[in-house]
Each structure stands twice: as structure tokens, then as C-alpha cells.
Design a protein around this ligand. Structure first.
Ligand SMILES: [Mg+2]
Length: 278
């Protein structure tokens, strides 16, 4: 499906829902690589995990729980979420992100509701959008704090125009960077077995690609999935979105970099409605 088809006919959609990382800016920015390294450093420096285990742990937690944070909580680690996000995002090469006036103009020209739906935290989302020059292109942001409102008041209290959809709960969980290793579920050993048995521990964190998380986001933002286009770089998030009725676009922002984008014409196959089936 082409953009011309998407937007030049009688509106089939009234809402555009965008992932942020690697969707509104390209993977080539290097942020994703830096995030992964910071996650591993956090595991070693803050949680006392052996450096030799971080590769496997990151892979397994991401695969089974959606995010490393969600996985770490599931297997028994407890920590302050703000501190985690600050550590992981605080040292990112944001200078690699550039303002994107073409994307900005395109977004502003589209007469639909537009929202961000990211697993990342509010600080990172705001900072990335601000650098990209897209901070005023969205009605709201559904982020980590929106779906996990136990930590603190996550309603925006700054001067930004973006409305953060979040809870006003002020209940703070028990936080500790130290964990009793005997209470940690050894997920590496679990999957090293020939026939892993038993049920994996559940995570208290709500995040994509959990259908529960996506449904919660739809409810909070009052989004009708049948009339919404969901832009994502993650195939598994696309799959989950489809199962809940969202129309989906697999975004590959690296494709609309440089030459293609310089033509400022979004009528090519810059994104495709996926054919992934539930
Ligand atoms: Mg993404």
C-alpha cells in the first residue's frame, strides 16, 4: 500500500499511532546499539551480573518479556525505574539525531490524531522528539510511565505542549539495586536445558508486544484500532497490533533517509502495510 493510497482517498483512518525508536529515526543513528551496551553495563555495574552472561541475558529477556527491564523484573531483580532509564538513556549519542523537517511537515499536514506509543520512558521520548523537531506533532505520548503508573506521578508537569497520557498514582514500589541471588530465576540455565519445562516467572511490567499492553494503550488514548494505522519497526509488535485489530505499517526509516527523502514525496513504497497474520 502506498502513502498516496493511504491518505488521498476517503479517510479510512482517523488516528496514526507511532512507535518512536528506530521508527521515527533510523537505526543507523546508532542509538539502538548504544542502548544495548548501556543495558549490559547496567546489569554488570548495578545488578552485579557477570559480564559473560549479559549477551545471553539480554537476548533471552528481550525475546521472552518484550524489554530487558521487564525481563529483569520477572526473574527477580528489583531496581528504581527512573535510575534504570537514566542509566540506559542518559549517555546515548543524541547528537546523531538530526531535525527532520520533512517528516515534521508531513505529520503536520495529515489531518488525523497522531500519538506516540513507545516502551521507552518519558524523558527519552521527549528528548528524542525535541531533537527530531517533532515535539509538537503529536497529541500525546503513551510511554513506560503511562502503562506502569506505580512508580510516581507521570503526568507531565513541565511546560511542554505534549500531553503525557499517564496515571496520577503516587505509590512507590520497594526499590533496591541489590538482589538476593538465590531468588533470581536462572533463565539462561532454563533455556540451556534440552527440554525446558516449567512456566517462566511473570513480569509486573506492561510493555509491547504484550497484547495486554497494546489494549491498555488503546483504551487509555481512546483509540479505535479499526480506524488506526500503527507504525512500527518491530515485526512482533506489528503482529500483536494486528491481533488487536490495528492496521499496521512496518516502518523502515533507513529507507526514507537521504536520496529518497530529499525528493520530499511520500508516494513511494517507503512503508508497506504488512501482510503479517495473527
Ligand atoms: Mg522501535
Amino acid at each position: 500500500m502506498e502513502y498516496a493510497d493511504l491518505f488521498n482517498q476517503k479517510p479510512k483512518y482517523d488516528c496514526l499511532l507511532f512507535d518512536l525508536d528506530d521508527t521515527l529515526y533510523p537505526l543507523s543513528s546508532g542509538l539502538a546499539t548504544a542502548i544495548l551496551q548501556n543495558l549490559k553495563d547496567y546489569m554488570v555495574e548495578k545488578l552485579g551480573i557477570e559480564p559473560t552472561k549479559t549477551d545471553d541475558l539480554c537476548n533471552l529477556l528481550y525475546k521472552n518479556y518484550g524489554t530487558t527491564l521487564a525481563g529483569l523484573r520477572a526473574i527477580g531483580y528489583d531496581f528504581d525505574y527512573d535510575e534504570f532509564h537514566s542509566f540506559v538513556h542518559g549517555r546515548l549519542p543524541y547528537e546523531n539525531l538530526k531535525p527532520d523537517p520533512i517528516l515534521r511537515n508531513m505529520l503536520l499536514s495529515l489531518p488525523y490524531r497522531k500519538l506516540i506509543f513507545t516502551n521507552a520512558d518519558k524523558v527519552h521520548a521527549l528528548k528524542a522528539l525535541r531533537i527530531l523537531g517533532l515535539e509538537d506533532c503529536f497529541e500525546g505520548i503513551i510511554c513506560f510511565e503511562t502503562l506502569n503508573p506505580i512508580h510516581k506521578n507521570s503526568v507531565s508537569d513541565d511546560e511542554d505542549d505534549i500531553y503525557f497520557i499517564g496515571s496520577t498514582s503516587t505509590t512507590k514500589p520497594t526499590t533496591s539495586n541489590s538482589a538476593n541471588n538465590s531468588q533470581i530465576f536462572d533463565i539462561i540455565n532454563h533455556f540451556a536445558q534440552l527440554n525446558p519445562s516449567g512456566i517462566l516467572p511473570k513480569t509486573p511490567i506492561v510493555c509491547k508486544p504484550s497484547e495486554n499492553a497494546i489494549q491498555l494503550a488503546l483504551n487509555i488514548a481512546n483509540i479505535n484500532p479499526q480506524r488506526t494505522l500503527f507504525f512500527e519497526d518491530s515485526v512482533r509488535n506489528i503482529q500483536a497490533g494486528k491481533r488487536l485489530g490495528l492496521h499496521t505499517v512496518l516502518a523502515v526509516p533507513d529507507l526514507w533517509e537521504s536520496d529518497i527523502k530529499s525528493e520530499a514525496v511520500y508516494t513511494g513504497n517507503l512503508a508497506v502495510e504488512t501482510t503479517v497474520t495473527a
